[in-house]
Design a protein around this ligand. Structure first.
Ligand code: SAH
Length: 259
């Protein structure tokens, strides 16, 4: 099937890359080290997939929601059928197929990029690396630092587990159809040392704090005020946007030990 013959499905956020060199460049950012499996989310017509398959030492799994594309991929790529998975990535659990150490790559469907990232975080212990194309604005948020307008929930939660890098911006015209936003490619690499903390509590703290990002934490985190000595917790006079990732982890620990 040629690209011009395919009818794009808006409901699946289908914007396909046309530029092969760019596809190659994106795949090149995978290190292929310390894992032997790569999972591609939303392979579409397989422009990234073809370069993934150049690495015969690595197993490749594809997860695609669109049935029509699944038959296309099964016909055109020499990957065993059970590795071309017809599924909504957000409902996919890597444990089902015993995957415990794999990288993720994708030109992700933009309308669900936050959910994709939260799904990655849910299984972060299995995912040492991720190379992904996001809407530029989301890529900026993921890689942002304290004090910046774009610093928020995604920045803190992703950077708790991963070192992040904004690689490059991608223009609209390399896609078909042409989207109305710019894109960007970023990498996530699992931190060598992840500071221990209660993950659920961290998520709750970060989300609650950023819901009222300009308020001091002693006000935005009122849901914890029942905790003994709540007002002695450090950082409470700061605002969410002023706290570094490390400080959020410390804050979470302080709440945890008092609970
Ligand atoms: N990787 C291809 C296609 C990108 S478009 C390229 O670069 O050209 C996004 C792709 O994600 C589409 O193929 C779309 O069908 C798929 N997709 C959308 N929602 C999905 C979901 N929830 N789970 C898995 N795939 C999804």
């Amino acid at each position: 099937m040629q690209m011009h013959k395919y009818i794009f499905k808006k409901k699946f956020d289908q914007y396909f890359l046309k530029d092969k060199n760019l596809a190659k460049k994106i795949v090149k950012n995978l290190s292929f080290q310390n894992y032997n499996t790569v999972v591609e989310i939303g392979p579409g017509l397989g422009i990234l997939t073809q370069y993934l398959l150049n690495n015969p030492s690595h197993k490749v799994f594809l997860i695609e929601i669109d049935k029509e594309l699944i038959s296309f991929l099964r016909k055109n790529f020499s990957i065993s059928k059970n590795k071309i998975i017809h599924r909504d990535f957000l409902k996919w659990n890597p444990e089902e197929i015993n995957l415990h150490n794999f990288a993720i790559i994708g030109n992700f469907p933009y309308s669900i990029s936050s959910q994709i990232l939260f799904h990655i975080l849910e299984y972060h212990q299995y995912i040492p690396e991720c190379v992904g194309m996001f809407q530029k604005e989301v890529a900026r948020r993921i890689t942002s630092n304290k004090g910046k307008k774009t610093y928020g929930i995604l920045s803190v939660l992703i950077q708790t587990f991963y070192d992040v890098k904004y690689l490059f911006t991608v223009k609209e015209k390399v896609f078909f159809p042409i989207p109305n936003v710019k894109s960007a490619v970023i990498t996530l690499k699992k931190k060598n040392e992840i500071i221990y903390c209660n993950k659920n509590l961290l998520f709750q703290c970060v989300k609650t704090a950023f819901n009222q990002r300009r308020k001091k934490l002693k006000n935005s985190l009122q849901l914890f005020k029942y905790i003994p000595n709540f007002y002695k917790i450090p950082f409470l006079n700061k605002r969410a946007e002023e706290l570094s990732v490390k400080e959020f982890l410390e804050l979470t620990k302080e709440i945890e030990i008092r609970k």
